[in-house]
Design a binder for this molecule. Structure first.
Ligand SMILES: Cc1ncc(C[n+]2csc(CCOP(=O)(O)OP(=O)(O)O)c2C)c(N)n1
Ligand code: SF4
Ligand SMILES: [Mg+2]
Length: 348
């Protein structure tokens, strides 16, 4: 007897009716196994799960393998791939021009901590509302694996050369400079990275997310401190992070005193189960002290180091109107003729 085939299962959709395919980009041209590809996957999942319209997202980047990745996620979003180290200037302009969009900047450790350092510092001190991701592999991948400024002292290249300069800790710097959500993760830590990205989307202010992202071609060997093996052996998570978006009910019950809850700008919540007693991520001093201790102990600390959900962002301080500046009519953007005439009179 002929049987009727089952109809194909409907694709799963998020709260705005889109499927995860709607958040994908072009096929990656990066090396197979590159940590950057995994981060793109997490970004796709995070925006899909948060139900953000892709058309409401602007992606900014500089130059490097990492800076190429915005082409590989959210193909329906807006993208500007700029000059090496200049993503922050682009991001500042784009954010001020239309702060009703979600802005995400992707940079590399070279793009940020070498040529882009000046721009990075000023973006952090302004608390611009943007997610700034550093895909951190300790090398300039695109130009064939020179040490970057985040390479740890004593780490070796494949050729055996030893890095003799101390690393710049971009997280410590970001906290010092004024960023209001500062975290480090590892491309191989799916749960932690996903929770941090979703919380980052809910935050109003600068999110600096440094993600250790091994370069399988130039920096994944014995002796490297940014390899998959080194990270698997040395990652020290500060907390177990659970994120509950504002549109979902909290259905996980936590034992009293098992951690801390933090409310984010949009009403979403983070529950941090402490793996270290007494760590307070709302204290800048605690964060800077703990990062300094991690350096002394050669630990690769990950997790949420610092969060201030209440500080005004750059666009709050500017008191911008809630619409793109380019759509404002002339009557709102220039003084009327009689006022201009009066000013001109004063110069006669
Ligand atoms: C003004 C300028 N200087 C130098 C370069 C060469 N360059 C291209 S990418 C890059 C470094 C990229 O390293 P990183 O940001 O860590 O990205 P990765 O490739 O490791 O992801 C350099 C030095 C350039 N493109 N432009
Ligand atoms: S060279 Fe390194 S950073 Fe660049 S795509 Fe290949 S693995 Fe990734
Ligand atoms: Mg790099």
């Amino acid at each position: 007897m002929a049987t009727t085939p089952n109809p194909p299962a409907a694709a799963k959709t998020n709260r705005i009716g889109l499927s995860v395919i709607d958040y994908r980009g072009s096929k990656s041209t990066l090396c197979a196994g590159c940590g950057h590809n995994v981060i793109s996957e997490r970004i796709i999942d995070a925006y899909y799960e948060m139900g953000i319209e892709p058309e409401r997202v602007a992606k900014l980047s500089g130059i490097g393998c990492s800076s190429k990745t915005p082409a590989y996620f959210m193909g329906r979003s807006h993208t500007f791939n700029g000059v090496h180290g200049r993503m922050p200037a682009l991001a500042t302009g784009a954010t001020v021009a239309n702060h009703t969009m979600h802005h995400i900047g992707v940079s590399g450790d070279g793009d940020t901590a070498s040529i882009g350092m000046g721009q990075f510092a000023h973006l952090m001190r302004r608390n611009l509302p943007i997610i700034y991701i550093i895909e951190d592999n300790g090398v300039y991948g695109l130009t064939k694996g020179q040490f970057s400024a985040t390479a740890d002292i004593g780490s070796t290249r494949k050729t055996g050369d030893v890095n003799e300069l101390p690393a710049i800790d971009t997280c410590a710097l970001a906290i010092e400079l004024g960023a209001t959500f500062v975290a480090r993760s590892f491309s191989g830590d799916k749960k932690q990275l996903q929770a941090l990205l979703k919380a980052a989307i809910a935050h109003n202010g600068t999110v600096l997310l440094d993600v250790i992202s091994p370069c399988v071609t130039f920096n994944d060997h014995e002796g490297s401190t940014k390899s998959y093996k080194f990270m698997k052996d040395h990652e020290e998570p500060l907390q177990d992070i659970n994120f509950v978006p504002v549109f979902e009910e909290i259905n996980v019950e936590y034992e009293e005193g098992s951690g801390i809850d933090i409310s984010l700008h949009d009403g979403s919540k983070m529950h941090l189960t402490k793996l270290e007693e007494d760590y307070d991520p709302t204290s800048r001093i605690a964060a800077l002290t703990r990062l300094a201790q991690a350096h002394e102990k050669d630990e690769v600390l990950t997790g949420l180091f610092y969060l201030n959900p209440n500080a005004p962002s750059f666009t709050d301080r500017l008191n911008l109107v809630d619409r793109p500046l380019a759509t404002l009519p002339q009557e709102m953007t220039r003084p009327p003729k009689d006022v201009l005439d009066k000013i001109m009179e004063e110069f006669r």
